[in-house]
Write a protein that binds this ligand. Structure first.
Ligand code: NDP
Length: 315
């Protein structure tokens, strides 16, 4: 089956839904492909305290449900499917979804976000779903009154550790430097928690356990004369070491930076391919905030609308 659209939005975080709201209000009847994780990364977090308009905070899932409802209200069509292949070599652009259906789009807004990074240890694969996780809110419940570890020293790691500290008996934070990179407010919160212990200057070299994770092997002061190896007993091992942009399928056509983030032109959302725009975390190595993603989603829809007006012969 081949469908046609004026604006195809790939991805459904704050960027994708906001692009849907703006393109819908511009009467462009956008189609949003939600992908594997409808609502994006915010559906895996707990409370969001820094999105303006929610002075008391809001649950990530609730906020994304509200974004989605608003996009639907203005005429966006939302598909619970994933785009798996694109051909941006000519217009209209041809994209294929995970059921093999084809969609021809006059413009495309890429808002595919980013996914959690892993350390790259073989044991992470071995124990995936058996004690290894990159989402405390999804899996924390299984570790009530047990010991867990969170890897990372940024805001995400602090947030995950704080959440887990309300369920688990003890939470270790495994931090490779001698300081936390997180914001002051988060640092103070984790430092004040009695059942969080921060292990500075530590790297994980392996996990062990019979039928699931029972412990982690750590190295303190790696590659220095003070180096020492020790074990911690844990049932859950949570990764919070940042994210990788979901841009793999666009690589043949779209210019990416060394980390895989989409390069946009100046203060616009234009990519190197005319008619293809990028918004949100997939094009933002610097800020990676929901409010910024929503802002670029708005800009991408406006850029697409202008492009369609200037290239009216396309429709
Ligand atoms: P960050 O990139 O900020 O932090 C990643 C952390 O993981 C760092 O401590 C880093 O260590 C560590 N790390 C990276 N790779 C490895 C590795 N291979 N082994 C061990 N440790 C590693 O990512 P976050 O996801 O925490 O945050 C991303 C952005 O989102 C930030 O801008 C953050 O402020 C924001 N954010 C804001 C929130 C809020 O305001 N409530 C909540 C969550 C995120 P090192 O410091 O040594 O590089």
């Amino acid at each position: 089956m081949t469908e046609k659209t004026r604006v195809l939005i790939i991805g459904s975080g704050p960027a994708g839904y906001t692009a849907g709201i703006y393109a819908g209000r511009a009467n462009l009847s956008p189609i949003i492909y939600e992908g594997d994780q409808p609502g994006g990364q915010l559906t895996q977090t707990t409370e969001i305290e820094n999105f303006p308009g929610y002075p008391e905070g809001v649950q990530g899932t609730q906020m994304m449900e509200e974004f989605r409802t608003q996009a639907l209200r203005f005429g966006a069509e939302i598909k619970s499917r994933k785009i798996t292949r694109v051909d941006f070599s000519k217009r209209p652009f041809v994209c294929e979804d995970d059921r093999g259906d084809v969609i021809e789009a006059e413009t495309v807004i890429i808002s595919t976000g980013a996914s959690a990074k892993y350390l790259g240890l073989a044991d992470e694969e071995k124990y995936r779903g058996m004690g290894v996780s990159a989402c405390a809110t999804c899996d924390g419940f299984f570790y009530r009154k047990r010991n867990v570890a969170v890897v990372g020293g940024g805001d995400t790691a602090c947030e995950e550790a704080l959440y887990l500290s309300t369920l688990a008996k003890k939470v270790y934070m495994i931090v490779r430097k001698n300081y936390l990179r997180a914001s002051d407010v988060m640092k103070k919160r984790v430092e004040a928690k009695e059942n969080i212990q921060i292990l500075y200057n530590c790297n994980t070299v392996g996990l062990f356990g019979e039928d699931g994770v029972e412990g982690a092997k750590l190295v303190e002061y790696k590659d220095t004369p003070r180096e020492q190896v020790f074990d911690i007993e844990i049932d859950g091992f949570f990764l919070a070491i940042g994210h990788r942009p979901n841009t793999e399928i666009f690589k043949p056509y779209i210019e990416l930076d060394a980390e895989g983030y989409i390069k946009v032109k100046g203060a616009t959302t234009h990519t190197n391919v005319e008619g293809v725009f990028a918004a949100g975390d997939c094009a933002d190595p610097r800020y990676r905030q929901a409010i910024c993603a929503a802002g670029t989603g708005c800009r991408a829809a406006m850029d697409a609308e202008k492009f369609l007006m200037e290239n009216a012969e396309l429709s």
